[in-house]
Design a protein around this ligand. Sequence first.
Ligand code: NI
Length: 163
Amino acid sequence: MNDALEDFRNTIEAAAERLLQISEEQSRIPKAVGKWSAKEIIGHLIDSASNNHQRFVRAQFSDELIFPGYPQEDWISVQQYNEESWPLLVQLWKTFNLHLLHVMSCVPEQALKKLRAKHNLHQIAWVTVDEGEAVTLEYFMRDYIRHLKHHLKQVFENNPQAT
Ligand code: NI
C-alpha cells in the first residue's frame, strides 16, 4: 500500500498547484452542454472524499464493506458547486485528500488485507467487483485513488492551459 500512498501524495500536491492555474471564469465553463465544469468535477471529488472518509473509518469497525451510494448528479446540483469559489474548492479538495491519505496510512495491515465476503462493490466501486468475490479494504482504497485520478485527467484535458 505504501507505493500507492506515496503516489497519492504526489498526485494531490501536483494537481492542487495545476488546478489553481485555471481561472475562476474558466473553472465554471463545462466542456460541452450536459458535461461538468472543473468546479463540478472537483465538487464531485469532494463528495467522493466525504463519502469515502466515512467508509474507510467505518470499515475498521466491521467485517463487511457495505455502504450507501450517493447519486452524483443530484449531489452536484443540490450543492451548486458552480456558485462556490474555485480556490476554496481546490483547497478543500486538497486538504480533505491529505487527511484521507493520513487515514489510509493509519489502517493496520490486518484490516487492510482481511478478505471481506460481504460487500457491495458491485454497486459502489469505480472498478466494480462481483458480489460473490471477496474483497479487501486495500482494494477499495486503491479504487478510490484510481477514480480520483480519472477525474483529474478529465479536468486537465478540458483545461490544457494548466500545466
Ligand atoms: Ni466519478
